[in-house]
Design a protein around this ligand. Structure first.
Ligand code: NDP
Length: 419
């Protein structure tokens, strides 16, 4: 019986919280804490009577470590799940460290103010050293490894779908199908249609920062960076059909490159329709994706934050999104001296997710693994002192839980490869 503190109450959090409440035998007590406490209260009211998990709510500004520490001391959780934004990763990690409580999240640290000179200096040095320019990377959180180890607590990073499940698929392929994995292609396909000309499926600011950035992949021990959306492939996805997909930089590449021996190439592709790309290019061209403040009518506004206020709330897309997602990894390598190819993937239906927890499949495919990772840490199954990504634990209990809690997976041993 565990006490879990969930920080954040947006699209992903609401699925994770629904799922936590389905597993009351593990999660006896839940505190939902976020910046806007009315959202936490609303969700808690919806869930009361449907679960035997005891639910409380709290207001917290997770940018403020002392506030998080005070909340942890008051609620006394066995584990903290951070499903706020990547901007809060370090403040929440600091609070968990101070209170010696395990930490779990779904996305690696990203600095909100990319003009901050202190952050910029480290960032520019990293761009030169590693060869990719994304604003997010693991170095900030990997810097906590020794501190977490000394404190005897676990930090589990990136337990969403991608990153998260994709890295568990890799560990599973490594354990059961390969002696050596040589290439990994991570394919993220959203075949859903929400009927709006333009909307993002998760937090617009985080999403647009990610997809408008240069792409990159790992090859022969180093990063290769390319202009945004400049490598395009077509793939016929089970449950969805033929889609265009584009090579992006993605955070799990960094962890897999460090942790999977023998790997020669790792790429990440995401599907986008032409309308999405045209809108994004236009918004970028007119400056609406800028992350630095501009003065308008005597007031400072950050264009991408203003754009977020105009776009549909991702949490509101659930009732109107139809179609399926298909996310997985194609591995090539060697088993018993012979070449082998394996594709492990999940197909998820937007409307089925909506019927179960009131959300579209993007929040669902992130929120379910967030619950699973938290559950494995709480049960002591994924528990070792230090800071780890999901490829660094035994994948079997996680894979079983995916089947049990709504994200069943398929292994195809004769997949079509991506050229
Ligand atoms: P939302 O914008 O829907 O929700 C974010 C929540 O965090 C909101 O409730 C927000 O509060 C709260 N929050 C923001 N700042 C603070 C703060 N300073 N203190 C306390 N609470 C705060 O985001 P999503 O649910 O779409 O995404 C959540 C996380 O999941 C992100 O880190 C995202 O990167 C990650 N993600 C991971 C994926 C994966 O596969 N690994 C895929 C998709 C998302 P308020 O209501 O006041 O705004």
């Amino acid at each position: 019986m565990s006490r879990v503190l969930v920080i954040g109450c947006g699209g992903v959090a609401s699925v994770a919280i629904n799922k936590i409440c389905q597993v009351s035998e593990v999660f006896s007590d839940l505190c939902i804490a976020s910046r806007t406490v009315s959202k936490c209260d609303k969700l808690a009211d919806e869930l009361k009577g449907k679960t035997s998990t005891n639910i409380t709510t709290a207001k917290v500004d997770a940018d403020n470590t002392d506030e998080v520490i005070a909340l942890i001391n008051e609620f006394k959780p066995d584990v903290v799940l951070n499903v706020a934004l990547p901007y809060q990763d370090l403040t929440i990690m600091d609070a968990c460290l101070a209170c010696k409580v395990p930490y779990v999240d779904t996305a690696n640290y990203e600095c909100e103010d990319t003009d901050n000179p202190e952050w910029r200096k480290v960032y520019e040095e990293r761009c030169k050293r590693l060869g990719f320019t994304a604003y997010f990377d693991y170095s900030w959180q990997w810097a906590y490894r020794e501190k977490y180890k000394e404190a005897g607590i676990t930090a589990l990073l990136g337990t969403g779908f991608d990153p998260g499940v994709t890295s568990v698929f890799t560990a599973y392929a490594q354990k059961h199908y390969f002696d050596e994995i040589h290439t990994i292609d991570i394919l993220d396909c959203n075949g859903g249609d929400h009927g709006y000309p333009f909307a993002t499926n998760f937090n617009p600011e985080i999403n647009l920062r990610e997809v408008s950035a240069p792409g990159s992949y790992w090859e022969d021990g180093h990063w290769v960076e390319i202009p945004a959306m400049s490598i395009k492939r077509e793939y016929n996805f089970e449950g969805v059909g033929m889609k265009d997909m584009y090579l992006l930089h993605h955070e799990e590449i960094e962890a897999l490159a460090a942790n999977i021996p023998h790997v020669k190439r790792i790429r990440f592709f995401m599907t986008f329709g032409q309308s999405y790309l045209t809108h994004m290019k236009c918004l970028e061209n007119v400056g609406m994706l800028r992350t630095d403040p501009v003065e308008f009518n005597g007031q400072e506004i950050v264009p991408i934050q203003f754009l977020k206020a105009l776009l549909p709330d991702p949490a509101s897309l659930g009732p109107r999104t139809v179609g399926k997602t298909n996310i997985g990894c194609i591995f090539t390598g060697i088993k018993d001296g012979k070449e082998k190819n394996v594709y492990i993937y999940n197909v998820c239906d937007h409307q089925e997710c909506y019927r179960e927890v009131g959300s579209q499949a993007i929040s669902y495919t992130t929120g379910v693994p967030a619950m699973i990772g938290t559950m494995l840490v709480a049960k002591g199954l994924w528990n070792k002192p230090g800071v780890f990504t999901t490829d660094e634990f035994d994948p079997d209990p996680y894979m079983d839980a995916l089947n049990k809690y709504g994200l069943p997976w398929v292994v195809d041993e004769n997949p079509v490869l991506v050229d």
